[in-house]
Design a protein around this ligand. Structure first.
Ligand SMILES: NC(=O)c1ccc[n+]([C@@H]2O[C@H](COP(=O)([O-])OP(=O)(O)OC[C@H]3O[C@@H](n4cnc5c(N)ncnc54)[C@H](O)[C@@H]3O)[C@@H](O)[C@H]2O)c1
Length: 320
């Protein structure tokens, strides 16, 4: 089965390619540019895969890739993150909303071709926790995002439903919260990964938020995308993902258990993200599970190990 990964040079994209190849699958990759920075780190033999450079918002681009490569499934990850959408809401809508429409439209137009799209929604579809007194929350609650990014993700979930009812295109949207791991460097919640990097470099770092988050390891999130792409259930599904609900203060304590210097090097702003962090993921676990949840200590140690290796090769830099 040929799978197309959009945003394949991005953080979650590279992890998804890694998980697909670990299964012996050979996906087709697409992104704006053939950027090797994350793929080289995570997928040593990625260069033998087809890589098509292009802008998903371009008319006909996704459809042409699907036809040329006989694509059956799409894992759609190309998007702008919260800060870019805030700085340029129209540009953000073009990529996140129109770009997603282009993916679904391509699936609709390629007859006997793409029969399933798995796309990245986000926990940002939810508003702040005080809007949800009954926690953890399942998928079917009122969505009240407070960011343009979250509003675009709600739109995408509704778009996916419309393509199921009007055109029979099956889909699954996954609502990740704070994903960490090697290759995470875009967006405010990248600060958790940057803090691990700072520890390896022995530099001080201040995380720009606090409060409760749901901490999710990239390997587990990538696995959820892959499982959803390989299933055949017809319909338009949307799933919460649950990792570890934990406060940023507790995360720093976990880091200090592994690297004691974390106590002096790391700090955080006591400003919670305006996004709920307590999710019921039983629908995802029932339909495609069990999805692994890597213990925090193990995920941090694995990430630190990657960073130490890069540091010893003189290749670790801190984006501040
Ligand atoms: N990282 C997280 O914690 C997190 C949490 C929730 C949801 N998500 C969602 O998961 C998806 C992947 O996130 P990520 O962290 O890998 O982001 P990322 O920024 O690392 O990767 C996104 C990729 O999309 C590509 N892209 C952007 N505009 C494009 C365009 N017009 N055409 C083609 N490609 C384009 C970029 O070049 C980049 O490689 C996104 O939809 C994001 O909103 C991420």
């Amino acid at each position: 089965m040929r799978i197309l990964v959009t945003g394949a040079a991005g953080f979650i994209g590279a992890w998804v390619v890694r998980q697909l190849m670990a299964r012996g699958l050979e996906p087709v990759l697409t992104d704006l540019k053939r950027d090797s920075s994350r793929l080289n780190l995570l997928v040593p033999d990625w260069e033998r895969l087809p890589f098509v450079e292009g802008d998903i918002t371009g008319p006909g681009f996704v459809e042409q890739v699907c036809r040329e490569h006989d694509i059956r499934r799409i894992i759609h990850l190309a998007a702008w993150q919260i800060p870019s959408c805030r700085a340029d809401p129209i540009g953000g809508a073009l990529v996140n909303v129109v770009g997603t429409l282009r993916i679904f439209e391509a699936a609709k137009c390629v007859t006997n071709g793409v029969d399933r799209i798995v796309y990245a929604s986000s926990a940002a579809v939810f508003g702040p926790p005080d809007l949800y007194p009954d926690r953890p929350v399942a998928e079917n609650v009122i969505l009240s995002p407070q960011t343009h990014y979250g509003a675009y993700k709600v739109c995408n979930e509704l778009t996916a439903r419309a393509y199921w009812y009007e055109s029979g295109v099956s889909s699954a949207g996954l609502r990740a919260h704070t994903v960490y791991g090697l290759g995470r460097d875009v967006g405010v919640t990248a600060d958790i990964t940057t803090a691990l990097k700072a520890l390896v470099l022995g530099k001080p770092f201040r995380i720009r938020f606090g409060g409760l988050i749901d901490l999710q390891y990239a390997k587990d999130v990538a696995e959820a995308f892959v499982r959803c792409a390989l299933t055949d259930a017809p319909g338009a599904f949307v799933y919460n993902i649950r990792g570890h609900p934990i406060t940023v203060g507790e995360i720093l304590k976990e880091m200090a258990m592994i690297v004691p210097q974390a106590e002096t090097l790391l700090s955080f702003e006591d400003k919670p993200l305006p996004i709920l962090a307590e999710f019921d993921d039983s629908a995802l676990q029932k339909d495609v599970g069990p999805i692994p949840v890597t213990p925090i200590r193990e995920g941090f140690e694995e990430t630190l190990e990657f960073f130490r290796r890069l540091h010893s090769e003189g290749r670790l830099t801190l984006p501040l």
